[in-house]
Design a protein around this ligand. Sequence first.
Ligand SMILES: Nc1ncnc2c1ncn2[C@@H]1O[C@H](COP(=O)(O)OP(=O)(O)OP(=O)(O)O)[C@@H](O)[C@H]1O
Ligand SMILES: [Mg+2]
Length: 506
Amino acid sequence: MSDLKAQVVERLRRVKGPDLEGNIVDLGLVSDVLIKDGRVYFSITVPAARAEELEPLRGAAEKVVKEIEGVAGVVAVLTAEAGPGQATRPAPAKPAGNGREHPRVAEARARGAAGDAAHRPAAQPGAAPVRQTQGVPGVKHIVAVASGKGGVGKSTVAVNLALGFQAIGLKTGIMDADIYGPSQPRLLGITGKPAQAEGKKLVPMEAYGLKSMSMGYMVDEGTPIVWRGPMVVGALNQMLREVLWGDLDVLVIDMPPGTGDVQLTIAQQVPLAGAVIVSTPQDLALIDARKGLAMFKKVSVPLLGIVENMSYFIAPDTGKRYDIFGHGGAKAEAEKLDVPFLGEVPLTIEVRETSDAGKPITATAPESPSAQVFREIAAKAWAELERAAGRGMKPPKLEVMHGGEALRVSFATRDEHELPAEFLRVLSPSAEVQGHSKEQRVTVGGKKNVKIRELRGVGNYAVRIVFDDGHDTGLFTWSYLHMLSLQKDKRWGEYLAELKTKGLSR
Ligand SMILES: Nc1ncnc2c1ncn2[C@@H]1O[C@H](COP(=O)(O)OP(=O)(O)OP(=O)(O)O)[C@@H](O)[C@H]1O
Ligand SMILES: [Mg+2]
C-alpha cells in the first residue's frame, strides 16, 4: 500500500459508521481507495434506503481526506447495498448463492488492489431483489428504456420517446445510464460541461427543451471510462439525485444494453415507475427482449410496453414500405406476454441521420411520419404510466360543437368543459407549439377563426385534432385535455400575455 493510500485509510478511520458506532473502515464499508495524480477516489457502501440520510457521512469522509497534505481532490461516492441478504455491515466473506460470488464489499476489501474491478457485478446473483422506492423530489415518473441486447436503437428510441413526451405537453428529462458508452451528447448534439449550482448540485444540460444528464458531459470525448461496478451505481445515484432536475412529469432513463448485474441493480435501486423494452423484429432480438422483460418483472417494475424499432424500411425515393425482417413479431410476442405493444418505428435514413447528427427527428421534423410514431408511442406509454400509478383515465366523450368552433369534453368523472377551437389550436401539445422551452417556443398567433375539422381517435388514450388550417400533429391525451379544461382561464391568460410580449395578435 502506498504511503498516501495508507494515510487515506487511516484518516477515514475517524469517520463514524452509519449508526455512530465503529468507523467506516473497520466496518468494512470503504470498498477501495484509488489514487491517481493526487486525486483520491473511493466509495462507501450504505443501505440503499438510507443513502440520502447518510449524505453527511460521505461529506465527512471527503473532508477528512481533503485535509491530508498532497491530496489534490477527493471523490467519495455512496454505493447502495445490492439488496436483502446483505446486512448493514458486510458479513464475513462466505460463498453466496451459487457459491461463486462472495459478498461484494468483503470481496473488494480482500482484493485491495485497484483497477482490476471494472464491470464488477453490483448485485448479487441469487439474492432476492427488492426495489427501493425512494423517489427523486420533483420528478413524477421515472421510466427506463431498456433492451435485452445492444444496438437495437435503444438510445435513439429513448431520446425520441422523451421528445414525444414533451410533444404531448409533458415536462421531460433524459438521463443516460450508459456509463461505459454514453450516447446522449451525440444524439442531442450537446457539448460542454454542466454548471455547478449551490450545494454542489449540477445543472442539467438542455437541448430542444429537454433536460439531459450523461457521463458523456463529465469526461472528455475519447477518454475510455473504466468504472468499478459499485461505483457505477454511485455515479448513477449522483446523476439522479445530485442534479437539479426541477419539476418533471417524466424522466426517461436510457439504460445500458443487456440484462446483467448493473442493469438489474439499476432496476432495483432507481425508483422506476415503468419500463419500455425496445426490440428489433428479428426473433433473436425478441428472445433478448424477453430477458429484459423478465428482469423488470423480477423486481416488480410495471412494463409499459414493447417498442419495435427498425420495424420496416421506408424507401426514401418512393416512400414504399418494405418489411425486411418480416412483420408483426414484436406485436404478437407482446400479446403473448400480455404486455402492451407501444408501436412500430420504421427504419429510415432520416432517423439515422438526424439521430447521429444530434438533431432528433421528433424535435426537428415534427411533421414526419417517424415523429408521429414517436408521439403516439409516448402518448400510449404515458397512458400506461398513469394506469400503473392508479391514475388512469377513462376516455371522455368528445363532441365538436358549433360547426367546429369548440370541443365539448365530458369526462367520466362527470365534469364537462367546452374548449374553443382557437384555445386548443394555440395550446396544441405538438412539438412546434409546446414541446420546446419557453425561449425556443413558437407562439402561434392569428388563429381567432380557426375551426376543428375532424377528430381522429388514437387508441383509447388520445385524440388527434385536425384543424382547418392544416395543423394535425397535436396529440391530445386525456390527461392533457383534462389539464387544459381545469386550467382553462390560467392557460388562456398566459397565452394572451405571451402574444403581447412577442408583439403578435389573435
Ligand atoms: N429506426 C431507425 N432507423 C434508422 N436508424 C436507426 C433507427 N434506430 C436506430 N438507428 C441507428 O442505429 C444505430 C444504433 O442506435 P442506438 O445507438 O440508438 O442503439 P442502442 O441500442 O442504444 O445501442 P447501444 O446498445 O450501443 O446502447 C445508430 O446509428 C442509430 O442512428
Ligand atoms: Mg445506447
